[in-house]
Design a protein around this ligand. Structure first.
Ligand code: CP
Ligand code: NVA
Length: 311
């Protein structure tokens, strides 16, 4: 296993499968009331968060605590992580050099993927990307766990993502391509998954023998899908583009009409937070086939699994 988890392509297929398998073991124990195990033996986990979070923060803080580790939550206002130089307290490499002396692992949610790369390069300890502008790998692992939980087999599955070709879509596309799940995405012009990430995905898909489709029409993407997935049209840091994005994403809301193009037993997924009435209707969020809260729960089992693998 590589030292860091910066994006899905850091993981081999067998590593992804092992992480998800261990997460299921943690879930089975948790379902029997066994949450605490002293596997981390007092190891320290620094959690740098430049952006807000509910699921990732709670999942990793609890995972560390349940496993006998000690999480230390650091917000941007405390350390001004990306504001090095003129506006910040100190540079990213200096933050890393300090943390190197104190903690055993760094989890970081940041604006720029470059910050993750600098942290990973500077620290000799593991760095896990808890979301950046380009990737959300811990989410994709939980997504795979949730799909595995709700579908009999991963064979011949099709995941359809409707909306922005963002961090969540990129990591989902790459994990599907790696483990062998067909993937289609429909995005408006100008909001596609970046070509460089599509190319990485295409190589993975070629190896595992599945197809990737980058489309415009939500209906075409949703056709015969086993999973319909969406995320916000306005990611953290894009708030000033809200009005334009809401205009550009008109017609991309996942509603009951769109779900009809998918298979009758298709599940609905969303990384959350959801913006009801924007990328998804209330009806779909709350329908029987919506697994969004199971999916959220998977974040914690995956967090436990990741902490044990990387520590
Ligand atoms: N899905 C997800 O990462 O949620 P948070 O932003 O609340 O952590
Ligand atoms: N694409 C969203 C995901 C939030 C979990 C964002 O980056 O804000």
């Amino acid at each position: 296993m590589k030292k860091d988890l910066t994006c899905i392509s850091d993981l081999a297929k067998k590593e992804i499968i092992a992480i998800v398998k261990r997460a299921f073991e943690f879930k089975a124990k948790s379902d029997c009331g066994i949450r605490h195990e002293n596997l981390l033996n007092g190891k320290f986990v620094a959690m740098i968060f430049e952006k807000p979070s509910l699921r990732t923060k709670v999942a990793f803080e609890l995972a560390a605590a349940y496993l006998g580790g000690i999480p230390i939550f650091l917000t941007s206002s405390q350390i001004l992580a990306s504001g090095g130089g003129e506006h910040g307290r100190e540079s990213i490499p200096d933050i890393a050099r300090n943390l190197e002396r104190f903690v055993d692992l760094v989890l970081a949610r940041v604006y720029s993927h470059d910050t993750i790369k600098i942290l990973a390069k500077t620290l000799k300890k593991p760095v896990i990307n808890a979301l950046c502008d380009k990737h959300h790998p811990t989410q994709a692992l939980a997504d795979l766990m949730a799909i595995t939980r709700h579908k009999k087999s991963l064979k011949n599955l099709k995941v359809a993502f409707i909306g922005d070709g963002n961090n969540v879509a990129t990591s989902l596309m790459q994990i599907c391509a790696t483990v062998g799940i067909n993937f289609a995405i429909a995005s408006p012009k100008g909001y596609e998954i970046p070509i460089v990430e599509q190319t990485v995905g295409a190589e993975m898909a070629k190896k595992s023998g599945v197809s990737l489709h980058f489309l415009k029409s939500p209906k075409d993407a949703a056709k015969n899908a086993d999973v319909i997935y969406t995320d916000t049209f306005i990611s953290m840091g894009q708030e000033n583009e809200k009005a334009k994005r809401l205009r550009d994403f008109k017609g991309y809301c996942v509603d009951s009409k769109l779900l009809k193009f998918a298979k009758p037993d298709a599940i609905f997924m969303h990384c959350l937070p959801a913006h009801r009435g924007e990328e998804v209707t209330n009806e779909v969020m709350d329908c029987q086939n919506s697994i969004v809260f199971d999916q959220a729960e998977c974040r914690m089992h995956i967090a436990k699994s990741l902490l044990t693998f990387y520590l």
